[in-house]
Design a protein around this ligand. Structure first.
Ligand code: FAD
Ligand code: DHB
Length: 390
């Protein structure tokens, strides 16, 4: 088989890139090691920047997102028993976020790819990129006991943090930067109405909490937990009472509880690999960078990578110019590092770090107090939260 672009990974990055390229008449195949159902069942991010929503529109898959997504004009910072609303719409001159689960976005993209008859391979074993330092790269994988080879012009490594593409690059050609946080997020989904119309990010002596949602009847809640805890230790009752404790009284009293139908613990990490291009291999999304989830930047950053790479590849095929693909890594990384900075800052401001001294605790309190009294500080937060332009 031969295609123009072989895409490894059928997460949001690979699917969005595949759809945009397909619409532009550029042939792709998407190869994933997971099953279609596994990919469709994964529960992850939930808040889209306008840039991500625009890309979904550009890909021709925005209809359900606009019909079912919930536009959000602001969110709350809760600390010291009170709420402080960040009016994103007013502070940014008209930007808002859209609450629409990654699970739904993925489903829309997979359904469209199927409807268009674009090829995807699921449950592929030992997927590997080859010869990407030259002009004849190819991808191999095994399926049903047979080895398959796909020749291509380019390989898009959209295979997430644990994928194979970044690891295929020689150590001497790549530099990585990493920060591990000493806590995780315990998240649940429950079929109960959200505690508030908008998201609530809470800083409490017991740790961070986040009240989010997927719809008017489905809530997504997170609490900071220790890294050595397991979900078996967290009954639904224990989760709800700990969440209530970390919220201002008016939220705690308004909270509707019910059984959870998804419960998981995610570690928090900041990670960047530089550069994001190696010959004819491009790293995209989580394959190249991870942010801690505070601030909801992971999926949105994957989308901006896709935007830059799609623009470069289209220029290559339509105008026979390599300038866009040559600029891909530097363009993407400039935005990545600013989102890394923002996610690290939100995480540092809102979580309780083990062994924090009195000085660091006072600095965190001053940061929150400053934010609630300075319009300039609020503007900086809002500008970054809605996503820097691209
Ligand atoms: P992924 O979604 O990871 O997709 C990669 C794809 O590659 C997968 O389908 C995988 O099966 C496939 N793959 C992996 N290895 C191979 C291989 N060797 N061969 C072939 N295929 C392979 N972001 C937020 O903004 N907010 C959140 O609340 C949030 N929660 C998260 C919770 C978890 C548990 C995780 C893991 C991430 C979370 N994120 C969150 C981050 C967000 O989900 C990611 O940034 C986003 O999924 C990145 O998309 P991607 O397509 O680059 O990578
Ligand atoms: C969600 C996740 C986040 O990390 C965040 O900052 C906001 C919302 C969510 O899953 O809904």
């Amino acid at each position: 088989m031969r295609v123009q672009v072989a895409i490894i990974g059928s997460g949001p990055s690979g699917l969005l890139l595949g759809q945009l390229l397909g619409n532009a008449g550029i042939e792709t195949v998407i190869i994933d090691r997971a099953s279609r159902n596994h990919i469709l069942d994964r529960v992850r991010a939930g808040v889209l920047e306008e840039g991500t929503a625009r890309l979904m529109d550009q890909a021709g898959v925005g209809a359900r997102m606009h019909a079912e997504g919930l536009p959000h004009n602001g969110f709350s910072l809760a600390f010291d028993g009170r709420d402080h609303r960040i009016d994103l719409f007013a502070l940014t001159g008209g930007s808002r976020m859209l609450v629409y689960g990654q699970t739904e976005l993925t489903r829309d993209l997979i359904d469209k790819r199927d409807a268009d008859g674009q090829p995807s391979v699921y449950e592929a074993i030992d997927v590997a990129p080859h010869a990407f330092d030259g002009s004849r790269p190819y991808v191999t994988y095994e399926k049903n006991g047979q080895t398959h080879r796909i020749d291509c012009d380019f390989i898009a490594g959209c295979d997430g943090y644990h994928g194979t593409c970044r690891r295929a690059v020689p150590d001497s050609a790549i530099r990585t930067f990493e920060k591990i946080y000493p806590f995780g997020w315990l998240g649940i989904l429950s079929e109960v109405p959200p505690v508030s119309d908008e998201l609530v990010y809470a800083n409490h002596p017991n740790g961070f909490a986040l009240c989010s949602m997927r719809s008017h009847t489905r809530s997504r809640y997170y609490i900071q937990c220790a890294l050595d805890e397991s979900i078996e230790e967290w009954s639904d009752d224990r989760f709800w009472s700990e969440l209530r404790r970390r919220l201002p009284v008016h939220h705690a009293e308004a909270m509707v509880t019910g059984p959870s139908f998804e419960k998981s613990i995610a570690p928090l990490r900041s990670f960047v690999a530089e550069p994001m291009r190696f010959g004819s291999l491009f790293l995209v999304g989580d394959a190249a960078h991870i942010v801690p989830p505070t601030g909801a930047k992971g999926l949105n950053l994957a989308a901006s990578d896709v935007h830059y790479l799609f623009a470069g590849l289209r220029e290559y095929y339509e105008d026979r110019s390599a300038s866009g693909i040559d600029a891909y890594s530097a363009r993407a990384l400039a935005r990545v590092w600013k989102a890394e900075r923002f996610s690290w800052w939100m995480t540092t401001m809102l979580h309780r770090f083990p062994n924090t001294g009195d000085f660091d605790q006072k600095i965190q309190e001053a940061e929150l107090d400053y934010l609630t009294h300075s319009h300039a500080a609020e503007k900086v937060l809002a500008e970054n939260y809605v996503g820097l332009p691209y």
